[in-house]
Design a protein around this ligand. Structure first.
Ligand SMILES: Nc1nc2c(ncn2[C@@H]2O[C@H](COP(=O)(O)O[C@H]3[C@@H](O)[C@H](n4cnc5c(=O)[nH]c(N)nc54)O[C@@H]3COP(=O)(O)O)[C@@H](O)[C@H]2O)c(=O)[nH]1
Length: 774
């Protein structure tokens, strides 16, 4: 440098300006920063420069310039600046929010992401107010108190590392990771890293939910890899396979699943559907070791990766077994009779229609038998419907045993059955009808009770009697009615004439309803006689109908008809009023006879029956013991509790109660001691056998003895001979009724009879009065 002009060393324009000043000015100024051109190094060197004026004795001024090389210092500064800006850029590009504080909590730095996460307002960014920023952070947290405590702990323990999760009011969930800042091992502050984990949590929750759905789904779900090997199966899948079966996992899905239709290959179908739609849905079968395949509905969805390659597939299976069972049950219910399990009319219709279709153009024939159980109502009424139902099941079984495989037995309802005899003509139908009647007469046993069931059968032949099932059933039914009318317990073939008879039944019902108003009905009275003295002690009212064209119609014909159609209520009320009037007549003529009337179940069940009887007695001023109500045993057993109340009420009224046809019904003898029964009427069928038939005699004797023991009077019905009367008297029977004395007579006829008896008695009295005493 020696010998060089300072100006030459100045490299920067401001240096040259500096050195061009007057020396006094230069000496006055200290410029600490400049550059010096270093020709040896070929570069400008930053220096720190001091210039000092040194006055010379000659008045001249020397300038002393000292320089400090600042190259290294400048380089360090530049490096630091570069580092800082890199750091700044790094901070701002970080995905997490970062906050750096000193030990007192004063904020040193934070990045852009922190501003976003915590939604720091601009106002807080432009002014330096650490307290306001901290307050904002705390206010943003949904649990500010926990946040405050956490920050306090961190301030107290500068070396503590912590991780906390806070839910912010803006809906984000952040994970706050806090680490101490150390300088030479000593804590100087703390760095907080805030990570938005909302999406992660949501994804986690979604995964958890998916896992829960997978595990708890009622549908069986399996996941298979690209080779269709099952890699996961949910519990419902295992349940579908059944306990003790190996899980599907590890097995090829196509080994476990097969097509519901054996002719199709499941894999072929699935692959074709995957190609077209990406999924396959349809019915399939799930193979199970050691037991039957399970029918399933399978939805099998293909999952592809981003390159369109098959990645995995998910199968959803629903067990179709319950649905199939329900379907079978519905079909069963639609086509079978619920009580007996026999085919119902619908199934029979299918069978017969197909027989008719097959028969077209050929000479095929078949028979339809309509079977009805005789007096089955009595079984139901006396032993109850549940017992009746069990009898029907036994009957169904026995009927079924009489038939061939190709025939069909169907229950229409109640005690009505229809039999389809495949390919049967008249001779076969006849022999089956006979077999059925015989079989049914063999005793049944139920709850220790032995009984036989008589039935009536009507037969219609295809195509002779009808071309449709409805017609054939109608004709067979008509034939069956005819059998019933002729006395039941037999069979008959349909004849067109029978339809005319059935029509007359309808006509008869119509005529019966008019008969009362036309004066065609009359009450007749059959006397009841004291066995020992022969004295008439009462009478039974029996209804008679004289129809101008039909003549005398038997009550055995029209009473059941009236009971069927409900008209018995009107008829019964009319007869009772006639009977009360007749009883009043005899009471007012010095013969207080009791008049009994038959009361049907339907009448008894009419609301207000007891009140009606009471009103009648009051209206005609008949002492109640002048009226007797005859009930059958089966009536007593219907709704036993209600019936007991009703009879007790009638008993309280003072009217007498008797049990008609005693011994023919299904009795629970308990009612005899509980109910106010005054008389038992021994049925004619037992009296008929007297005096010779041992069994009848034993039954009659038993009834009489029981009556005596219970203090209930006994009346024998249908006594026609003196021998019968004598036998009854010998057995201790109180009274009898029957043709031996008189049939049922119109009121005037009976009055004649009674007046004759009065005269005879008077004669007897006066004769005995004039007879000298011996
Ligand atoms: N609910 C009502 N039922 C009534 C009424 N009137 C009659 N009936 C019932 O009709 C059935 C047939 O009655 P009927 O033809 O009158 O026969 C009765 C007697 O006439 C007959 N009988 C009487 N004695 C003799 C005899 O010596 N021999 C003989 N072969 N028959 C005789 O028996 C029938 C007695 O009936 P019952 O005492 O009731 O059992 C019959 O069930 C009547 O009950 C009515 O108004 N209401």
């Amino acid at each position: 440098m020696q010998g060089q002009a300072v100006l030459e060393l100045a490299s920067a324009p401001q240096d040259r300006i500096f050195w061009q000043q007057a020396p006094e000015q230069i000496a006055n100024g200290v410029n600490s920063c400049t550059t010096l051109w270093n020709p040896q190094r070929g570069m400008a060197i930053p220096v720190e420069r001091w210039v000092q004026a040194l006055p010379e004795k000659d008045g001249a001024t020397l300038l002393l310039m000292s320089m400090l090389d600042r190259s290294e210092c400048e380089a360090s500064t530049r490096e630091l600046e570069a580092l800082l800006s890199e750091l700044r850029a790094t901070l701002d590009s970080a995905a997490d929010g970062i906050l750096s504080c000193d030990l007192q909590g004063n904020i040193r730095a934070f990045n852009h992401r922190l501003v976003q996460i915590w939604q720091l307002p601009d106002a807080l960014l432009t002014r330096r107010d650490d307290g306001a920023i901290q307050a904002h952070l705390q206010a943003q947290v949904q649990e500010p108190e926990r946040y405050r405590q956490c920050m306090a702990t961190l301030r107290r323990e500068p070396l503590l590392e912590s991780t906390e999760v806070f839910a912010l009011r803006n809906g984000l969930v952040v994970e706050q990771r806090s680490v101490p800042q150390l300088v030479r091992g000593r804590p100087t502050g703390r760095v907080f890293v805030f990570r938005d984990i909302s999406a992660q949590l949501q994804a986690q929750a979604g995964l958890q939910l998916a896992a829960q759905v997978f595990d708890s789904s009622l549908d069986a779900i399996f996941i298979a890899d690209a080779q269709r090997t099952v890699i996961r199966a949910n519990p419902a899948c295992d349940a579908l396979l059944g306990s003790g079966h190996a899980s599907m996992v590890g097995q090829a899905a196509t080994d476990v699943l097969s097509s519901a239709t054996p002719e199709n290959d499941l894999l072929d179908q699935v692959q074709a559907a995957w190609q077209a739609d990406g999924f396959w849905a349809g019915d399939a079968r799930l193979r199970r070791q050691g037991c039957a395949d399970a029918p399933v509905h399978l939805s099998w969805v293909l999952l592809r990766d981003e390159h369109g390659q098959e990645r995995q597939s998910i199968g959803f299976m629903r067990d179709l077994a319950p649905q199939h069972a329900a379907q079978r049950r519905i079909e069963e219910l639609a086509f079978t009779d619920a009580l007996t399990g026999l085919p119902n009319r619908l199934q029979l219709a299918q069978r017969v229609e197909s027989a008719i279709d097959n028969a077209r153009g050929s000479s095929t024939e078949f028979a339809v038998l309509f079977l009805d159980l005789d007096r089955f109502k009595i079984v139901n009424d006396s032993l109850g419907h549940p017992f009746g139902d069990r009898v029907l099941k036994l009957v169904a079984q026995r009927l079924q045993d009489c038939l061939r495989q190709s025939d069909m037995l169907c229950r229409l309802g109640g005690d009505e059955f229809v039999i389809y005899l495949h390919g049967a003509g008249r001779p076969v139908a006849e022999s089956v009808a006979r077999r059925v009647l015989d079989e049914m007469m063999n005793p049944f046993t139920l709850d220790g009770l032995g009984f036989s069931v008589q039935s009536s059968i009507g037969i219609a032949l295809y195509p002779h009697d009808g071309l449709t099932l409805d017609d054939l059933i109608k004709q067979a039914d008509t034939a069956m009615y005819r059998v019933k009318e002729r006395g039941r317990g037999s069979y008959d073939f349909y004849r067109p004439q029978m339809s005319v008879n059935l029509l007359s039944r309808i006509k008869m019902e119509h005529a019966m309803r008019l008969a009362l108003s036309l004066g065609q009905m009359q009450a007749h009275y059959q006397p009841q006689v004291d066995c020992a003295s022969g004295r008439i002690i009462g009478m039974e009212a029996l209804l008679r109908w004289n129809e101008p064209q039909l003549g005398a119609v038997s009550p055995a014909t029209f009473i059941p008809l009236a009971e069927d159609c409900g008209y018995i209520v009107t008829l019964g009320a009319w007869v009772m009023e006639q009977a009360v009037q007749e009883a009043v007549y005899w009471h007012s003529h010095g013969r207080p006879l009791t008049v009994s009337v038959n009361v049907s179940a339907l009448e008894l069940r009419q609301a207000g029956f007891v009140d009606r009887v009471a009103r009648l007695l009051a209206e005609y001023r008949l002492p109640p013991q002048g009226l007797e109500l005859e009930l059958t045993e089966s009536v007593l057993l219907q709704d036993a509790q209600d019936m007991a109340q009703l009879l007790t009420a009638l008993g309280r009224l003072g009217v007498r109660l008797s049990i008609d046809d005693f011994g023919t019904g299904y009795s629970s003898l308990a009612y005899l001691k509980k109910l106010p029964i005054h008389r038992l009427k021994i049925d004619k069928s037992f009296v008929d056998g007297l005096p010779d038939q041992e069994h009848d005699a034993a039954i009659v004797q038993a009834i009489i003895s029981m009556g005596r023991a219970l203090r209930i009077q006994v009346v024998a019905e249908g006594v026609e001979t003196q021998l019968q009367r004598q036998a009854l008297q010998d057995m201790g029977c109180d009274f009898y009724q029957g043709y031996l004395c008189a049939p049922a007579l119109p009121a005037p006829g009976l009055r004649v009879l009674l007046e004759e008896q009065n005269r005879d008695e008077e004669k007897e009295v006066s004769a005995s009065a004039t007879r000298p005493s011996s």
